[in-house]
Design a protein around this ligand. Structure first.
Ligand SMILES: [Fe+2]
Length: 266
């Protein structure tokens, strides 16, 4: 059995700056402390993009400082708030494709984690996501060579329409192409994403797809055409993905709630 911890949409800012009154760096420290204490047996922590708020080297350096010394290996992905050049300046060891996309596989025995790069730095709307032909071809090859392995896909932008229409408008523009590709493979068991800052369950081609909250600020439950910048200080959270012989199970943990004693009922 493998346990994967997922933190998404960290939105790190320089020291001393806040978002809706919250310090994203302090929230991440608190979340990582909680997760590594509660789940020291986790095989990996995956950060599914929007690592920083402004994509500056200063913000990536703060992230590097916070992650230094983590007792669990960490894999990093990019989101719409990130920028490849300053990211790779601070994290040069991160695997990239020949075309420079920040994509990699992490093999854990018979499991394969596939971390995709949906960032489109040229997006007219500045925030929507893309899987261009190069990235799709790379994914196709990684799935083909993993025949017989169970694969979990990680994307920043969700792979289904969430009903938050303002966020869907700046969502992944390549869902039809991804769906066609997944039709040619039978080894993807689960997709994990972020971007929305809410806990959501959906699917693509019948494959379960989960979206997690941020460790910092959340999207209020305001479905329909709402401004995607709307934020609310609901509890910070991270995801827990269990990969076992029985299947894939997805949990979320709100780590900023006060400690409450558990009580047996009669
Ligand atoms: Fe975000």
């Amino acid at each position: 059995m493998h346990k994967i911890l997922v933190f998404t949409d960290l939105h790190l800012l320089p020291e001393g700056e806040t978002l809706i009154g919250l310090d994203p760096g302090e929230r991440l420290r608190q979340g990582l402390d909680h997760a590594t204490t509660q789940h020291p047996n986790a095989a990996r922590i995956v950060l599914t993009g929007d690592l920083t708020h402004n994509g500056t080297a200063q913000e990536y350096t703060r992230l590097r400082d916070i992650l230094d010394g983590s007792s669990i290996p960490v894999s990093l992905m990019l989101g719409n708030h990130d920028r490849r050049a300053p990211f790779l300046q601070v994290f040069p060891e991160t695997p990239t494709t020949a075309q420079g996309h920040v994509q990699q596989v992490v093999d854990l025995g018979d499991e394969r984690l596939i971390l995709l790069d949906t960032l489109n730095e040229e997006a007219v709307d500045t925030h929507s996501g893309l899987l261009c032909p190069d990235r799709l071809a790379w994914l196709d090859a990684r799935l083909s060579e993993a025949a017989g392995k169970r694969c979990i896909l990680f994307t920043h932008h969700p792979v289904f329409a969430t009903g938050f229409k303002g966020m869907d408008w700046i969502g992944l523009k390549s869902i039809p192409e991804l769906s066609l590709l997944l039709n040619r493979h039978d080894n993807v068991a689960q997709v994990i994403s972020g971007h929305i800052h809410r806990t959501i369950q959906g699917a693509i081609n019948g494959i379960p797809a989960a979206v997690f909250k941020s460790p910092c600020h959340q999207m209020p439950m305001a479905l329909g055409y709402q401004d995607p910048r709307l934020s609310v200080a609901e509890p910070g959270a991270y995801g827990i993905v269990l990969l076992s012989n029985e299947g894939v199970v997805v949990h979320t943990e709100d780590f900023t709630l006060p400690d409450l004693d558990s009580t047996l009922y009669d």
